[in-house]
Design a protein around this ligand. Sequence first.
Ligand code: NAP
Length: 343
Amino acid sequence: MQYARLGHSGLIVSRLAFGAGSLGVGETLPGLRKNLGQAQADRLVARAIDAGITLFDTSDAYVGGQSELLLGHALGKKRTDIVLTSKCGLRVGTAPTEAGLSRRHILEAVEASLRRLGTDWIDVYHLHSIDPLTPLGETMRACEALIASGKIRYLAVSNWPAWMAATLLGLQKQHGCSPIVAMQLYYSLVGRDIETELVPFAQAAGLGMLVWSPLAGGFLTGKYTRADPNPAGARRSTFAQPPVDLERGYDVIDAMVEIAAARGCTPGHVAIGWLLAKPFVTSIIFGISREEQLDDNLKSADMCLTDDEVATLDALTMQPTRYPDWLLRMVPDPRTRSLLGLS
Ligand SMILES: NC(=O)c1ccc[n+]([C@@H]2O[C@H](COP(=O)([O-])OP(=O)(O)OC[C@H]3O[C@@H](n4cnc5c(N)ncnc54)[C@H](OP(=O)(O)O)[C@@H]3O)[C@@H](O)[C@H]2O)c1
């Protein structure tokens, strides 16, 4: 298992992380069914810890709170040895106050998460989405109070645009509050949107990067093919998230199958290996639907793709360059470049 510092914080986390959004039983969104109960959660969490995973990710919104309950129970005394993340902000009840990033909701949400998780503190607390109705200053002060009380140790944002995360960071600095330490974002071989704004921002600001859906919800394991685009029992056959451009996606799978065959591994291992090769990616939060998938995914912990393999996959999955990036390629201008001996 590889380990890394979470951004500029002093927190050390494993580079493979256990996505506890998998834990729970029942249909959570139309077409998205979870089938892992407490007995399975106990075995999975124990195996993940044995394999060196120290980062466990959950949210108050996963499977109606079951994810936190099952994870907390499965961790038991081992909780002290691991880094636990959770989130708030998505709707968790029908009352008007049971969503968003108001002071009222954040303070209530943390208490509810701590109760379900059976712990006194959450290591990294994510603001799960943005809340355009609550002033950033209100959200910032509520989080600062939680850090001061020790109920949360570090703050992070998830699914935020770069400009808004930068605004929050600026406010935190201005008011002497604890800065966010990481962003949790979707990133995979078939979803590289974050490279335009969010990655350069994270690097400039020293933020850690936790990536979710590294297998694009299972697409990158190679089980979806042109011949069988909706295999029975596979999650994306009924819940096709995150979105994938299928025509390009199958070409990517073809290349991954070739690399995997030469290495004697699977396309899923290649997908995780590609992420491990990205220096700005701190940890990769994978999910599972069946117990055996954990052992399979753990095999990618030490994947080390060659520069050529990474370059092949990079070229194949590159996204079109958008404005202003194509224009900014000319900065610094050629004269400045030659004066400074830059390539
Ligand atoms: N911050 C956010 O907004 C956000 C959003 C989503 C997720 N997350 C976090 O990220 C975690 C992972 O998300 P995800 O579940 O979408 O990730 P993922 O790793 O991209 O997809 C997991 C799915 O892929 C399939 N799979 C996994 N391993 C496999 C294997 N070895 N062989 C074949 N199929 C395999 C399984 O589905 P099937 O077997 O059914 O095909 C599994 O449910 C979540 O648990 C959560 O902690 C965060």
